[in-house]
Design a protein around this ligand. Structure first.
Ligand SMILES: [Zn+2]
Length: 496
């Protein structure tokens, strides 16, 4: 190994250590840290973030990256240089004072957004959002002066993604989902839901969580389940992934599918090639690929008829009274019911993509300057009416519901919907050679996991995202697999 690569590896390990420390702090903050702990944590985080920033962005690192690029011999060494160079460019291309001002703006904007949402007052948040949009446009210009600023950000979150692809993707979804939803509502055939809202003792719910962890094959020596307000996954390193859930006494299935979802994220991280440990090529490749795995385990497996039929006897054993007169078939229908609503995070599998489509169209318009921030609430409400047929009562349940824009993330939302579609195509392709339904009906996820590990998990960031998407899908990405899957599932479910 060339001396430049040895130095590069040392730098990667240092960066890993800071990331590890910051992840620990974040995980602690979301799970067990007491309410009054924020001030000291903010101080500590600032020191750690600055140290990590200075370690990466300086003249020595720039020179080292150049030398390492010339001397990298193996595919892995080349990928490490590529990944670190990207991280470096992401920061170094923006003038230092603008970068610092933007970080400060986001730090200020988040608590303002919290207050705006709580008091249902969009006018508090509007001036911050205006500045964020302007800053993101300016930053896009530094990365690629001749490119549409929104597309620059799409490409940063989901490498290779273009506006044309996104437009075509959402058009395909809209053509199928909007009329399908209208059909379901016109048909008026209700799915039985009366048993969902009752007391589900938390001891039983914890037993359900353990069962899902066990079925997913999440080894408690490497994956810990904690509780937090909103479920999430944090990877400390390949041998230590933490997931969280949120228990609600009157909603058993919310926890079940949170564990199923976060467990999918965890499987991805836990199955990356150990050769990449502590380097820049470990970790999931993109947010879209990550969501493809979590939503695959949550929806394609977890909400399938085959898997629900397998899980049902366990649920009956844990909750004999609650499920006394409920059949497996009724559980399957209930956990898949389609209901247009106001809140993205509560949306079902069918309507979820419509929530994302609203955000995609609006953030694109904001970034392209065709929509003013002041007009956002009205535009939001009009799109919810058009696509989901619902009236938005106030901005707290409308354009203020998500934290993403307050954090400066514009161009991030499409990944959620793309992930669902990647997963559907992957499962379609795997079905050509595997009897997945028979396996899931027997509670056997090992063949599926082995296939996903071979196609995606093991690679970390070694391969480019577009390569990984094709590897996962078994060919070029085509959203029709997702729309056909939805059509088939909901036609069957609602007997259309
Ligand atoms: Zn997720």
């Amino acid at each position: 190994m060339k001396p430049s690569i040895i130095r590069l590896r040392a730098l990667e390990k240092q960066l890993f250590a800071y990331r590890y420390a910051l992840n620990t702090v974040d995980f602690d903050a979301e799970t067990v840290a007491p309410e009054g702990s924020a001030d000291g944590r903010a101080e500590a985080c600032e020191v750690l973030s600055r140290a990590s920033f200075e370690l990466l962005v300086n003249a020595d690192t720039a020179a080292l990256l150049q030398q390492a690029a010339a001397e990298a011999e193996t595919e892995q060494e080349q990928a490490e240089v590529r990944q670190l160079q990207r991280q470096y460019d992401e920061i170094a291309k923006i003038p230092a004072e603008e970068y610092a001002a933007f970080t400060k703006l986001c730090n200020q904007s988040i608590p303002v957004w919290v207050k705006a949402k709580r008091t249902n007052d969009f006018s508090l948040f509007a001036p911050y959002l205006e500045k964020i949009v302007a800053a993101r446009r300016a930053q896009a210009h530094y990365f690629a002066p001749d490119r549409d600023p929104y597309e620059v950000w799409l490409d940063r979150y989901e490498k290779g993604l273009t506006i044309a692809q996104c437009d075509a993707f959402f058009a395909t979804l809209r053509e199928t989902i909007v009329p399908l939803l209208a059909d379901i509502q016109a048909r008026g055939k209700a799915v039985r839901t009366d048993f969902l809202d009752q007391v589900w003792p938390l001891d039983g719910q914890r037993a359900v969580s353990q069962k899902i962890m066990e079925l997913w094959g999440l080894d408690p020596a490497h994956c810990y389940l904690a509780e937090s307000e909103h479920p999430f996954t944090t990877e400390f390193w390949r041998g230590d992934v933490r997931i969280t859930t949120h228990y609600m006494e009157r909603d058993m299935f919310s926890n079940l599918y949170s564990v199923a979802h976060e467990g999918g994220h965890a499987l991805y991280e836990l199955n990356i090639d150990p050769a990449y440990d502590y380097t820049a090529v470990t970790g999931g490749a993109t947010m879209g690929l990550h969501e493809s795995q979590s939503r695959l385990f949550e929806n394609l497996v977890g909400r399938s008829r085959a898997f629900v039929s397998f899980l049902y006897p366990t649920l009956r054993e844990i909750f004999p009274d609650q499920l006394a007169d409920v059949t497996a078939e009724e559980v399957w229908r209930a956990v898949n019911r389609a209901e247009p609503g106001l809140i993205r995070t509560e949306a079902d599998e069918l309507t979820y993509a419509l929530h994302i489509m609203v955000r995609y169209e609006l953030e694109k318009a904001l970034m392209q300057g065709t929509l003013a921030v002041a007009d956002l609430p009205a535009a939001w409400n009009a799109k919810y009416k058009e696509y989901l047929g619902v009236d938005v009562p106030d901005d707290a349940h409308g354009c203020l519901q998500d934290i993403h824009w307050a954090m400066g993330d514009l161009g991030y939302f499409p990944s959620y919907a793309l992930g669902s579609a990647y997963g559907a195509q992957a499962v379609d392709d795997l079905r050509k050679t595997m009897d997945l339904d028979a396996q899931w009906a027997a509670g056997d996820l090992e063949p599926l996991k082995a296939a996903l590990k071979a196609r995606v998990w093991q690679w970390g960031c070694m391969k480019e995202p577009q390569w990984l998407v094709e590897s996962l899908c078994g060919g070029k990405f085509d959203p029709h697999h997702f729309t056909e899957y939805l059509k088939k599932k909901y036609t069957e479910l609602y007997e259309l």
